[in-house]
Design a protein around this ligand. Structure first.
Ligand code: UDP
Length: 246
């Protein structure tokens, strides 16, 4: 299991590298049984402050990946630095490469109709031999769950990527993982949109400077509602640090 985690405003974030993540996923698949992977960023942490089920979902996940650069900043402020940022969008293509090598079957669930199919096509073109067990847009509505689960069980994937955005995707996985019969279920947010080329990813220099949030805000201004709480994240992390010093 993960050797070390940092709790940022009560939300768990694992100190894990990309390489360690990939070997941990291999281990989960060999082990079988449902494992949940969350890709945590500061928006998750803020949403979890007033959504207890979401907070518990992250804290009890088998992996809580350090997806947002704000978390690396926070971990340094709190004196427990995370070694590396591990994002869903960078990791999913690497998981697809691993899956092609090892013969693991992938299922892509979520995003707008047609996006999961397009993302699957891109991943297969990059990784000859990759088995896509299935793709489906579906919806995160509870009344659609039984039909989606039946579809996934029939496809029998080893890894399921769920792209319904947070917290819906993570709550969906928590509710359904026991019934799915899938070794690894991972919430991946907008990753399928990136892979399919529907939404462009921030340029490298912006990602390196921790400005990916700004790029996303400029491209998708409706995000301001979710991002408005990010300055509060900064203040609350500083307050956590002060409390720890008392
Ligand atoms: N989505 C969906 N059904 C919904 C809500 C969202 O399929 O009811 C998809 C949406 O199309 C997108 C993904 O969920 O592909 C969420 O993307 P977003 O960028 O909001 O997620 P984030 O990375 O910010 O968590």
């Amino acid at each position: 299991m993960v050797e070390r985690s940092v709790y940022i405003l009560g939300v768990r974030v694992d100190d894990i590298t990309t390489e360690e993540t990939l070997s941990q996923l291999e281990h989960f698949i060999q082990e079988g049984g449902p494992h949940q992977v969350a890709t945590v960023n500061p928006e998750f942490v803020m949403a979890a402050q007033h959504n207890t089920v979401f907070c518990v979902t992250i804290n009890e996940a088998d992996l809580a990946l350090p997806d947002g650069s704000g978390l690396l900043w926070a971990s340094r402020v709190l004196g427990k630095p995370l070694r590396e940022r591990v994002t869903g969008s960078d990791t999913v293509p690497l998981i697809a490469r691993l899956a092609a090598q090892k013969g693991y079957r992938l299922f892509l669930l979520g995003a707008a109709p047609g996006v999961a199919e397009a993302a699957a096509g891109v991943l297969q073109a990059q990784n000859p031999g990759l088995v896509i067990a299935g793709t489906f847009a579906g919806s995160p509505r509870p009344e659609d769950e039984d039909a989606i689960i039946a579809r996934i069980r029939l496809a029998a994937p080893d890894l399921l990527f769920v792209a319904y955005g947070a917290p819906n995707q993570d709550l969906w996985i928590r509710r359904n993982k026991e019934r799915l019969g899938v070794a690894v279920c991972m919430g991946v947010g907008g990753t399928l949109d990136y892979i399919a080329g529907i939404v462009p990813r921030a340029p490298n220099w912006m990602r390196r400077s921790g400005l990916e949030w700004l790029y996303r805000l400029i491209r998708q201004p409706w995000r301001w509602r979710r991002m408005i709480r990010l300055p509060l994240f900064t203040l609350q992390v500083l307050a956590q640090r002060l409390r720890a010093n008392e």
